[in-house]
Ligand binder design. Structure first.
Ligand SMILES: Cc1cc2nc3c(=O)[nH]c(=O)nc-3n(C[C@H](O)[C@H](O)[C@H](O)COP(=O)(O)O)c2cc1C
Length: 371
């Protein structure tokens, strides 16, 4: 065999081996559409109960931990619980965000129940963010259906990329905030406060990326492979983080927890945040009247009511909570933006040209109902 022929055969073999590897690799991002519907776990839930709880679980949560569970007491009577194993002590040591997320779950639950002709009777049980039993819920068939377009719950999603910088139309801002006077504040990209929020979001992300407890916690909630995504049905997937194409393929096949702790990963994450904040129409801030658990649950519900309204206006929302989670930035927040009530959510916002479908995963209802 001459030298040329040998190189030709060797090159072809490498290509075949590479192609073979690619064919056996984790080729696509695993998304909500890939989930198989069937479940072998049995519960006493009726179809209505199951559907209402499924829609409730489409609520957003920090790192998509889904920190709720449901104690089944009797038909149409549940206690909504706080799942300690899903807390994020590295970034949320007081469980503030856990309670806000449970608030969002309760808002979805209420809309879904009303749409099926049930009134919700809520009785708060918790007095602290750490209590296990949060809310007693009874669904009473009222006969009066308060229609709610369930597609708003199904289609809602966090969007992180491709924001336009066009100003929000004043009628759209009105639509988003008029029913929540004094507690939702729009900060447009023409103001000085906007510049402060952009810079401090980058700074807070930089601080957080180099804080070991926070970074380790993040590593534990990233589901790099499709196999992990399908098994856990929670956390941050490559699809949820909007990492597509070759970068997504590389992450799914070659990355794991240890990669997240490398300086290169931390630097890339901060660079990504810098790019994200460089494009938006502004920020939406949500405040609460105090920091009691009742107010936090109400604020989580308020955030969800807002989040469910934006898609129909082609407006995206991206919660970026690091300013609130890191003390150097949190300490100067209120003075710098001139708001005195406690800020609970910092949401980047802007129009999109095309609105992507929801991709984040949820645990099946059977896995979070205890009976
Ligand atoms: C309290 C809270 C804090 C959040 N903080 C962030 C954040 O700092 N950065 C981010 O990219 N997403 C954040 N999110 C969005 C979640 O990651 C997102 O809701 C979750 O991954 C599920 O995705 P979905 O909203 O598309 O269903 C937050 C959500 C909530 C409710």
């Amino acid at each position: 065999m001459n030298r040329r022929k040998f190189i030709g055969i060797a090159g072809a073999s490498v290509l075949v081996a590479g192609g073979g590897y690619y064919l056996c690799s984790d080729k696509n991002n695993f998304t909500r559409n890939d989930v198989k519907k069937s479940s072998s776990i049995k519960t006493p839930l009726s179809n209505d109960e199951r559907e209402i709880l499924y829609l409730a679980s489409l609520a957003p949560s920090g790192h998509n931990t889904q920190p709720w569970f449901v104690k089944y007491i009797e038909p149409y009577h549940w206690v909504i619980g706080n799942d300690k194993t899903k807390w994020l002590p590295g970034v949320d040591p007081t469980q503030r965000e856990t309670i806000l997320s449970i608030g969002a779950f309760l808002q979805n639950l209420e809309y879904a129940a009303n749409n099926r002709g049930y009134d919700c009777h809520f009785d708060i049980l918790a007095t602290r963010n750490q209590d296990e039993n949060i809310m007693d819920v009874k669904l009473i068939k009222s006969g009066i259906i308060h229609h709610y377009n369930i597609q708003k719950i199904v289609q809602r999603r966090t969007v992180r990329s491709n924001y336009l910088t066009d100003a929000l139309k004043s009628e759209d801002v009105d639509y988003l905030i008029k029913e929540e006077p004094g507690s939702i504040h729009f900060i447009s990209n023409t103001t000085k406060e906007y510049g402060w929020l952009n810079e401090q979001t980058i700074e807070a992300n930089r601080i957080q990326s180099y804080r070991e407890a926070a970074q380790k916690e993040l590593a534990n909630w990233i589901r790099f492979s499709s196999k992990d995504a399908e098994q856990y049905r929670d956390g941050l997937t490559t699809a949820g983080m909007e990492i597509e194409g070759i970068p997504g393929w590389v992450l799914r096949n070659f990355y794991g927890k240890s990669a997240v702790m490398k300086n290169s990963f931390r630097k890339e994450s901060v660079d990504k945040v810098r790019k994200q904040v460089s494009a938006s129409a502004g920020w939406l801030l949500i405040t609460s009247k105090d920091i009691s658990i009742t107010s936090l649950l109400e604020t989580g519900k308020r955030m969800q009511r807002l989040f469910l309204k934006v898609r129909e206006k082609a407006i995206a929302i991206h919660p970026m909570t690091q300013i609130l989670e890191e003390s150097p930035t949190n300490q100067t927040l209120h003075q710098s933006i001139g708001i005195s009530d406690p800020v609970q959510f910092i949401l980047r916002t802007g129009y999109l040209k095309t609105y992507p479908p929801p991709v984040s995963l949820r645990r099946p209802v059977e896995r979070f109902v205890r009976h």
